[in-house]
Design a protein around this ligand. Structure first.
Ligand SMILES: *Cc1c(COP(=O)(O)O)cnc(C)c1O
Length: 458
């Protein structure tokens, strides 16, 4: 604590200087600090709000990178972590078991789509994707199918930053530089409803893209391990949304070709799309369900990969090499498990999904007037995720030149007004903690309106 005490006396400017002298921040061109981007030192979080060291408050409209579910400082989760820390902070999870790990596995399986019957823990979303890719490949191999070495991923998808997970992503900004190092999946066009032809419904667009997937599976028959996708919303790809019909077709096609379906619900899981898991909206069970972000309510890094008995049983053998030897030092961390258990119990005690339906409807009402703005190509929403796509020309959907950095203008404007709106390029979105209230939503809508004006002025 003594080491932290001097920070109380630093004002925001001194803080920035000191921070920028020693810290390397994620997803950031550090040269833009402090000129283009302000660095915001935060001292506490309560509910939907963050509080700066200078006392200024910020509405966290992006749930701190989509992790936070019920608000910052949620006391029931904080309590659960504290209690668990005093009992058992961590133990090696190979050869050992503990109550929070077991209880969480049982609870996740009870909530998950039918057919999933095993839980493997990891530390973060990217690691969960790595686990699913390796498990899929290895289970085919263990069943004598050594030809299956490829993956299919969707255009505009995002699955994380480690080499394997990055390989499955299709966002040039993150992928291009590292391309020489990456696996090469077969990319299938995204079923993104934004790409629907004039007059085409989202469902028809999804089914058209599914036909393309069918052709790819046909062409690569017998060589594909799995199809990996983000169900319903491609979040990092700009909150692009697609019709559940694609998931149903993809499930049928994967079954027909002996290919696994990996559902990356790292961002969309835990109620973001309106249902607990997005796959539910297509009544589909994946072979692998990857969960992280909201899993601990936004308190601790942790992830889980749920899979089927069929996958699991392929590893049971007398040979150690046929076992899944993947591990992380903090696998099954009891603090993370305790936070996740508290998170799941809040869903139940607060009837979160029902309350979110009301909040989501209110978000739709507040965003409706923005849809007519001459620079708005589309306002779209799936549950608690709402996105506003800004373009140079709404009729042709011609984007603004990327070098204009319109989204950055909106970001800076909103921050000035006390709202963390962190656009993806020129796509503004709302993905607030579920505790967000009427007045906060009204503020969010108001600041979004002026941020849009700021972003779109010549
Ligand atoms: C954030 C994200 C990941 C990666 O999770 P990390 O914990 O950041 O490694 C993977 N997939 C999706 C869909 C995500 O949104």
């Amino acid at each position: 604590m003594d080491k932290l005490a001097p920070f109380d006396r630093l004002d925001a400017a001194a803080w920035r200087d000191r921070d920028l002298a020693s810290v390397w921040h994620p997803c950031t061109q550090m040269k833009e600090h402090p000129g283009t981007l302000p660095l915001v030192p935060i001292r506490r979080g309560r509910g939907a709000w963050l509080e700066g060291v200078d006392g200024k408050r910020y509405l966290d409209a992006v749930s701190s990178w989509w992790t936070n579910l019920f608000g910052h400082g949620e006391p029931r989760i904080a309590e659960a972590i504290g209690a668990q820390a005093r009992e058992l902070e961590h133990v090696i999870y190979a050869g050992f078991s503990h109550a929070p790990g077991l209880a969480l596995a049982e609870a996740l399986l009870a909530l998950a789509p039918p057919g999933l019957s095993r839980v493997f823990y990891a530390d973060n979303g990217s690691a969960a994707i790595e686990v699913a890719l390796k498990m899929s490949f290895h289970s085919h191999l263990n069943r004598g199918d050594a030809q299956r070495t490829r993956f299919i991923a969707l255009g505009n998808g995002y699955h994380g930053e480690t080499i394997g997970a990055l390989s499955m992503g299709d966002i040039p900004l993150y992928r291009r530089v590292y391309a020489p190092l990456l696996l090469e999946p077969i990319f299938a066009s995204s079923p993104d409803a934004y790409d629907a032809a004039p007059g085409e419904t989202a469902e028809a667009c999804a089914l058209r893209r599914a036909d393309e997937l069918a052709a790819i599976l046909e062409a690569h028959a017998g060589t594909v391990c799995a199809l990996v996708l983000e169900p319903l919303v491609q979040c990092a790809g700009g909150m692009r949304m697609f019709h559940p019909a694609y998931l149903r077709r993809a499930r049928e096609l994967c079954d027909a070709h002996g290919v696994h379906l990996i559902a990356d619900e790292i961002a969309v899981g835990f109620g973001r799309t309106g249902t607990m898991f997005a796959c539910e909206q297509a009544a589909v069970s994946p072979d692998f369900l990857c969960l992280s972000k909201g899993l601990t309510g936004g308190f601790l890094p942790m992830s889980a990969v749920l899979t089927t008995a069929h996958v699991y049983e392929a590893f049971l053998d007398d040979s150690r090499e046929r076992a899944f030897l993947h591990s992380h030092s903090y696998t099954g961390n009891p603090l993370g498990c305790a936070a996740a258990l508290a998170t799941l119990s809040i869903f139940e005690s607060d009837d979160t999904l029902a309350r979110n339906r009301i909040t989501a409807a209110r978000m739709a009402e507040l965003a409706a007037p923005l849809a007519t703005h001459p620079n708005v190509a589309q306002v779209r929403q799936t549950g608690m995720i709402l996105a506003i796509e800004l373009v140079a020309d709404r009729r042709t959907r011609q984007p603004f030149p990327a070098s204009d950095r319109r989204g950055l203008r909106a970001y800076r404007h909103a921050l000035e007004r006390g709202v963390v709106l962190r656009p993806l390029g020129d796509i503004l979105y709302w993905m607030p903690p579920y505790c967000v209230g009427e007045e906060e939503l009204a503020l969010l809508a108001d600041v979004t309106t002026t941020a849009m004006q700021e972003a779109c002025r010549p």
